[in-house]
Design a protein around this ligand. Structure first.
Ligand code: SF4
Ligand code: SF4
Length: 323
């Protein structure tokens, strides 16, 4: 992390906005129909400064459906677009960390998704620090989040303190000639906590998971909303004659029954209990074993958006404290 920080009077926010627009179109939190969404804005007045967006921003690196290649007759055309540069403004620390987690999977691992890198390189991530949790579902302070951003804004009354987290961010801020200052702020304290101590021990304790199994509709909402759920399917589409078509990557969900169905009708996680547990253990344990950190950032979206409000954090806490 770069320790440098600068002071921007709020009345001069427009100068930062113009500098951000020089990078690319600005996407920021905007409240519409009761929901906070990340949308393209032209004017800083459109920004909603409180709350966390209902959807995560993963679609900006991993669209719902992405063509890999098209074919017509003998001719094949690989995806080779140049995505337009975008500034994602107002991301909370949970979502900034989600980008870092997704990078581990798709930038540093093989096989690499060809489009991910291009989309990612064309993003500037600008954080907005949480002084308090955004609602009762947040539990980010249990997840050891790090300072991962290009720039991050801290609200200091009449001013913003802006920290630089990358050379990309530094280049933008240089345009503003701001006064340097020292300022450190701890992460907001959440009432909701997740106790992951010795979580492995509770894998077999089905009592913890039974409520999840009972209430889960296998709807996949949790995975769609989660900033680090990146399960996908590959689908081929063609005309009836098979003379032209395309291959696409599209979002899928490990909560769907058919996700692990393979030929010969072998079903690796045909039971809802197994699917429910798998998602949680992938987030908290399997990923950690491979990459040394949790895959969950404590954004709370999977609980906030679950139609039956399954609170898996409470289920785990209860299970771990019962022992
Ligand atoms: S959102 Fe809730 S009900 Fe739907 S699959 Fe996830 S846990 Fe199950
Ligand atoms: S598992 Fe839930 S709380 Fe964790 S990052 Fe995904 S949506 Fe957020």
């Amino acid at each position: 992390m770069h320790k440098k920080g600068f002071c921007l009077p709020k009345k001069e926010f427009g100068t930062l906005f113009t500098a951000l627009q020089s990078f690319g179109e600005v996407i920021a939190p905007v409240k519409k129909d009761k929901f906070l969404r990340m949308e393209k804005i032209e004017n800083p007045k459109e920004i909603t400064w409180e709350g966390i967006s209902w959807f995560s921003s993963k679609k900006y690196v991993f669209p719902e459906k992405q063509t890999l290649f098209k074919f017509k007759g003998e001719k094949t055309e690989k995806w080779n677009e140049n995505p337009s540069p975008k500034v994602l403004f107002g991301l909370r620390l949970c979502d900034l960390n989600a980008f870092a987690i997704n990078d581990k999977l798709f930038l540093n691992q093989k096989p690499k998704l060809p489009f991910y890198k291009k989309f990612r390189e064309n993003l500037l991530l600008v954080g907005l620090w949480c002084d308090t949790p955004q609602d009762e579902y947040c539990f980010c302070d249990s997840m050891k989040l790090q300072h991962k951003y290009d720039l991050c804004l801290f609200d200091r009354g009449d001013n913003f303190h802006i920290k630089i987290g990358s050379p990309k961010g530094e280049k933008i801020l240089k345009k503003l000639k701001l006064k340097a200052e020292d300022y450190e702020k701890e992460l907001a304290k959440c009432e909701k906590k997740l106790n992951t101590t010795d979580i492995k021990k509770y894998f077999e304790n089905n009592e913890i998971w039974k409520k999840g199994e009972k209430d889960c509709l296998s709807c996949g909402t949790c995975t769609i909303l989660c900033p680090t759920c990146l399960c996908f399917d590959i689908e081929d589409e063609s005309n009836l004659k098979g003379t032209c078509g395309k291959r696409c990557v599209q979002w899928d969900s490990c909560m769907y029954k058919d996700f692990t169905l393979v030929s010969g009708k072998h079903h690796f996680r045909g039971e809802r209990l197994d699917r429910f547990k798998h998602r949680i253990f992938h987030k908290l344990d399997y990923f950690k074993e491979q990459f040394g950190e949790s895959m969950c950032t404590g954004c709370g979206r999977c609980i906030r958006g679950c139609p039956t409000k399954i609170d898996w954090v409470s289920l785990i806490n209860k299970g771990t404290s019962d022992k």
